[in-house]
Structure formats: C-alpha cells, structure tokens
Design a protein around this ligand. Structure first.
Ligand code: C5P
Length: 401
C-alpha cells in the first residue's frame, strides 16, 4: 500500500497528542503523499509550526491571511486541493464546532469547504470523551460520513487511565492507506439510484406517502461515489442532501416523476439500485382545490396503480447491466423477496426486515439479507446503514468482476 501522489490536508488542534503528528506527517511523506498542515492557534502551544512545516515541506497555515503582506489563505482552495482531510488530534472543542457548523478558524472553514473524505481522530481526557455531548457530536460527524478513527484506551496525559488517547500514528496512517486502497473499485462505472419515498398528491395540501427517510439510498450513493462511481440519485422528498461531488441529485415527488427520471437515466447506467419506497397506487384524480369536509357521509379516494420502475427497467435491461432491488416484507419475507427478484429481473435483492428493531424506515441502522437471482443467501449483522451500504456495494463489485 502507498499514499503516492495523494494530497493530504492535516488539521492539528490544541491537544497534547499534537506532538504525535510529527510522526504521522513523516509517515505520510515517506509513503509519497503531499502534505499541507492547518493548525488552530492553540495547537501552536503544543507543537511548533517549524517542526510541522519542516516535516511537511510546506508552510503551516493558521490564520485567514498573512498580516505582513495581506496574502489570503484560501480555505476553499485547500478543500479543493485535498484528496483527504485528517483532523488529528481533534479536541472536544473542535469536534463540537465541526458538528455545529461553527467556522471561527482556518481549520474549521477548511472543514466546511472540504469536498474530500474527512478523517477525525478524537483525543481528550476520559471523562470529556465519555460525556454525552461529546459522544453525540462524534456520532453526528459519523452520521454525516466523516471517518472517525476511534480513540484508544490507555494512559492519558492527565495521569488517569481510560479511553480518550488519540489512535497511534501507525493506526492513523493505516486507516488512511486502507481507505485509499479500497476506493476506486467502481471507477468509471455509472450508477443510477432511486431513494426515499414518493408523495402522491390528493389535493394541493394532502398526499399519500410513506415513512421512508432516504437514509439507505443516500448511504449507497455516498459509498458508490467514494469508490469512484458517477452517481445519479433520483430522490423522492427527503431532508437529506448528498455530500460527494460525484453525486448528481434529481429531485422528484411522485412515482410517475420518479419513473420518468429513472428511465431517462437508465440507458447508460452500468448499475441500477432501486432503493426507493415507491407508491404502488396513486389517486385517480387530483383535486385542484383543497377538498373540504362534508357534513355527512363517508369519503373515498379512487386509486390507480403506478408504474413499477424496477419491473420496467428489468424489462429493458441491457447486456451487462446490473440491477439491485430492495424488499420490505411483513410476512413470508424470504419467499416473497426471492420471487420479487425473479419477477423484476434483478441480479440480487436486499431484504430488510420489519421484524427487527431499529431497522428500515427512519433508522440509522439496518439488518439485511441479500438473495442472488440463483437463490444464494447472504445474511448480514445488524449495523449502521453506512456500513450496510458498504456490504451491498462490496456485493455489487463482486458481481461486476
Ligand atoms: O414495492 P415492492 O415491494 O415491489 O418493491 C420492491 C422493489 O421494487 C424495490 O427495489 C423498489 O424500489 C422497486 N419498486 C419500483 N417501482 C415501484 C415499486 C417498487 O422501482 N413502483
């Protein structure tokens, strides 16, 4: 493994573990990376800019501009330059600001501008680390796709022993190397993903929808893009937005709109992942005005079937295209999933179970079983949707090769 030619931006904050960053930067350089370092003002108290400038072979950046000559240190161009941004050690203060979008130094403005993967190595005393506020902030960063390099247990600068030590320099370097080695196995592939719910309008203020949050589909989009794919994400109404620059989002509302956008983008897709919870029926008529309550009697809405996107794409599937569907069943889960896989001409289907707690709709976690079209069955453990996305994409890469 190597880091040859990679641009690594290193953000150092004011914690005692900053002294270990000399070793990390030295290793990055040895492995062929180009390194630039941003420090918070406090970090300069823990390790000198001269040390890190010498090792990185670049001047250290701390301020937004150079007071001597007014030269502007552009956080935007740093964000564009970097292939990865490592923030280590990341103090509770910086983690809290990152989680809340606070931008009062160059390290933080660079974080908010960065389009590249971000790695965060927390380091603090055990009680600070265990505090629910800090844990919540770390989870927020994780849920937004930042790679957390977990703190380790052991001897702390305070003299206490517990969890909070920054990961060892070798662990930090290894995780970045692993990351760069694993990416790009979808390079050049075009991936079409449908995600989220659909809303079927009844009148201008009401609709028929479902509980889908889009989290699984968005996690798949981020995973595919981070592995080199060009992703088109056809998304129903959700409160999420894609982060990776290689994801093009097309927002739709109804099943009909999702059908049109998916079909339009299907012909040059190498992989199609149909993850959306698409309405099976839509009102036969859409009222132009808000339907008023009648004084007496019942009211009913006539529904007509929507077009099945997966089934249609399965029909027009080209040689070499790989199609993945999802199944959510309340009964006879496995039989229904395998049947759906065949009916829609899918290569494999991902079964989510409503029988498990904290899976499926709205949840950040999921537990899946994959069924190939030949009936092979692959059960997975309960885990965060981000990791589930990795499992699914690993399965896709295996099928493509
Ligand atoms: O709704 P159903 O259980 O048939 O969904 C199974 C698969 O079909 C999912 O992958 C879903 O995204 C897809 N589907 C679709 N268009 C529909 C209904 C379902 O693409 N109208």
């Amino acid at each position: 493994m190597s880091l040859q030619g990679k641009h690594i931006l290193v953000g150092v904050t004011g914690g005692i573990a900053a002294y270990k960053m000399a070793t990390v930067i030295r290793e990055f350089k040895k492995k062929g990376a180009e390194v630039k370092v941003v420090m918070t003002p406090m970090a300069k108290q823990f390790i000198t800019p001269l040390t890190l400038a010498t090792l990185s072979q670049n001047p250290i950046l701390v301020d937004f501009f150079d007071p001597e000559n007014g030269a502007w240190n552009s956080h935007v161009s740093l964000g564009i330059w970097a292939d990865a941004y490592l923030i280590a050690p990341a103090t509770a203060n910086t983690i809290g600001k990152m989680a809340n979008g606070i931008a009062d130094n160059l390290l933080l403005t660079s974080y908010l501008s960065a389009k590249c993967p971000v790695f965060v190595a927390p380091a603090m005393d055990l009680d600070m680390y265990a505090h629910p506020a800090v844990q919540k902030n770390i989870e927020t960063l994780r849920s937004r796709g930042n790679h957390i390099i977990d703190a380790e247990e052991g001897f702390l600068a305070s003299g206490l022993t517990g969890k909070g030590r920054m990961a060892e320099p070798s662990t930090i370097v290894d995780s970045m190397e692993l990351y760069f080695a694993s990416v790009n196995d979808l390079k050049g592939e075009k991936v079409l993903i449908t995600a989220g719910p659909t809303y079927e309008k009844i009148d201008p203020v009401r609709f028929i929808g479902n509980y889908s949050s889009g989290k699984m589909g968005y996690a798949l989009a981020e995973e595919c893009a981070s592995r080199g794919a060009d992703v088109i994400l056809v998304s129903g109404p959700v409160s999420l937005n894609p982060v990776h620059p290689n994801i093009k989002k097309i927002s739709v509302e109804s099943a009909g709109e999702m059908f049109d956008a998916a079909v339009e983008n299907s012909s040059d897709a190498d992989v199609e992942i149909l993850c959306a919870a698409v309405a099976d029926y839509t009102p036969a008529q859409r009222a132009d005005r808000k339907i008023k309550r009648e004084k007496t009697g019942e009211m009913s809405i006539d529904l007509i079937p929507t077009k099945d996107i997966a089934a249609h794409l399965g029909k027009i599937k080209k040689e070499g295209q790989l199609m993945v569907g999802f199944a959510l069943e309340t009964d006879n889960e496995e039989v229904n999933a395998v049947d759906k896989c065949a009916r829609k001409n899918l290569d494999f289907i991902v079964l989510n179970s409503l029988n498990n707690k904290n899976t499926c709709f709205q949840s950040d976690t999921n537990m899946i079983t994959i069924f190939d079209k030949d009936g092979s069955r692959y059960p997975y453990e309960f885990k965060p949707k981000r990791e589930v996305a990795k499992d699914i994409v690993d399965h896709i890469v295996e099928k493509l090769s």
